[in-house]
Design a protein around this ligand. Structure first.
Ligand code: PMP
Length: 428
């Protein structure tokens, strides 16, 4: 029996898309304006809107639904955990939470002494990392200037709570909410000379020591921009020398999205570095809200803990079970390998089609951007919706693709066919 008009959301035709959109506009505080569609159901790589139209989901909740929609293993794991033990306070541990922390340390190849702080989102994982950076002050015996500065990169996106927003570079997100927590400096993207300057004795003498450098191995919101080869290795040398934390924000790139558990594990990106902190979320729970800040090694791991940071829901057993199931299916079904193959296929097929609107495809695995030759990404995204594909205009001239990791070769070809033929009329 429906409760208060709620049917579980699976009823196509219960109300029209237009009726739902009207209700949305009167009740929901929107993030990106009115909803493009109201979606009621998903299965595998497809979702259906309230009017019964089907879409190939090439965005996956912005790099979230790693296993696609309504995956039976994930559904069963969540349901089983909910029916066994749904929540306890952090005065207690649970097997799901413990097993998840162990599993994250294992896939990250984190050294002895490493620890995991579980969160509900990427933003919260970044906040935890920011707090670790603040605690990394340095001591008088270091003989160094106190570590008061946190470095991040232009184009970087790390969330929109006040701390995470201080790390996020985009002026339009920052300016309405200033003053933000201080001490953050944004350096030009991928510029090792700027990094050298920021760590130079002159900069430290004038502005203070560096507590942390926070970077995305592949910038997601900035349009899928991988850091240049060698950058992270250089950053590791400088941060290690200065006692600063190297924080990798893998909220978007982590958990298989780029074809390895973490993007930094790919030699061309990570250059073999061992980071101090890695943040993850998005794909981790396969759609269930869960994130983590992984602190590598004893030194990073002891910056928080013992009551210095906490959240009611972090480590929730249902969220942990969802994450364990997601990680389990990625491993069982060999999805890391198929992400690389399907991603390569998708990229090749789009580029080979030679549509004059498409300049190039960049990215890694199934985190790709189709660079357009004109700033018509919004029109292309609308045309995609009309053609039954969900994509994202990540920049005025770039389309982001972040499909479920289960995307098949045939589905990749369907996506490529759209990019082969899409046209946007020139302005008269
Ligand atoms: N960091 C990165 C790199 C992200 O891409 C995002 C989300 N786009 C965040 C942090 C924030 O994560 P969330 O939206 O889950 O809070």
């Amino acid at each position: 029996e429906p409760v208060s008009g709620w049917t579980g959301g699976g009823a196509v035709g219960e109300a029209s898309g237009a009726a739902w959109t009207d209700r949305y506009s009167h009740a929901v505080m929107d993030t990106f304006g009115p909803p493009q569609r109201v979606l009621v159901r998903g299965e595998g790589a497809y979702v259906w809107d309230a009017d019964g139209r089907r879409y190939l989901d090439l965005l996956a909740g912005i790099a979230v639904n790693a296993l696609g929609h309504a995956h039976p293993t994930l559904t069963a794991a969540i349901s089983a955990q909910l029916g066994t033990l749904g929540h306890v306070s952090n005065f207690f541990g649970t097997p799901a939470q413990i097993a998840l922390a162990e599993r994250l340390l294992a896939i990250a190849s984190a050294p002895d002494g490493s620890r995991v702080f579980l969160t509900n989102s990427g933003t919260e994982a970044v906040e935890a990392a920011f707090k670790m950076a603040r605690r990394n002050r340095g001591t008088e015996t270091d003989g160094d200037a106190p570590r008061t500065r946190v470095l991040a990169l232009e184009g970087g996106f790390h969330g929109r709570s006040m701390g995470a927003l201080a790390l996020t570079a985009k002026a339009a997100y920052r300016e309405p909410f200033e003053p933000l927590p201080g001490g953050v400096e944004h350096l030009p993207f991928g510029d090792t000379a700027a990094l050298d300057e920021a760590f130079s004795p002159a900069a430290v003498a004038a502005r203070g020591g560096v507590a942390a450098l926070v970077v995305e191995p592949v910038q997601g919101e900035a349009g899928v921009r991988p850091l240049p080869e060698g950058y992270l290795a250089h950053a590791r040398r400088l941060t290690s020398r200065a006692g600063a934390l190297l924080v990798l924000d893998e909220v978007q790139t982590g958990i298989g999205r780029t074809g390895s558990w973490f993007a930094f594990q790919q030699p061309e990106i990570g250059g073999g570095v061992v980071p101090d902190v890695v943040t993850v979320a998005k794909g981790l729970g396969g759609g269930f809200p869960v994130g983590a800040a992984i602190a590598f090694g004893e030194r990073a791991a002891t910056l928080l803990g013992r009551g210095q940071h906490g959240t009611t829901f972090g480590g929730n057993p249902i969220a942990s079970a969802a994450a364990l199931a997601t990680l389990g299916v990625i491993e069982r079904d060999g999805l890391l390998g198929s992400v690389r193959e399907t991603g390569d296929l998708l990229r090749r097929e789009i580029e080979a089609a030679g549509n004059p609107l498409v300049a190039a495809v960049r990215g890694r695995g199934l985190l790709l951007a189709v660079q357009l030759t004109r700033p018509v990404a919004a029109q292309v995204a609308t045309a995609a919706l009309d053609a039954g594909l969900i994509v994202n205009a990540v920049a005025p001239d770039a389309i982001r693709l972040a499909p479920p990791l289960i995307l098949t070769a045939d589905q990749a070809r369907d996506a490529a066919r759209f990019f082969a033929s899409v046209t946007v009329p020139e302005e008269p």
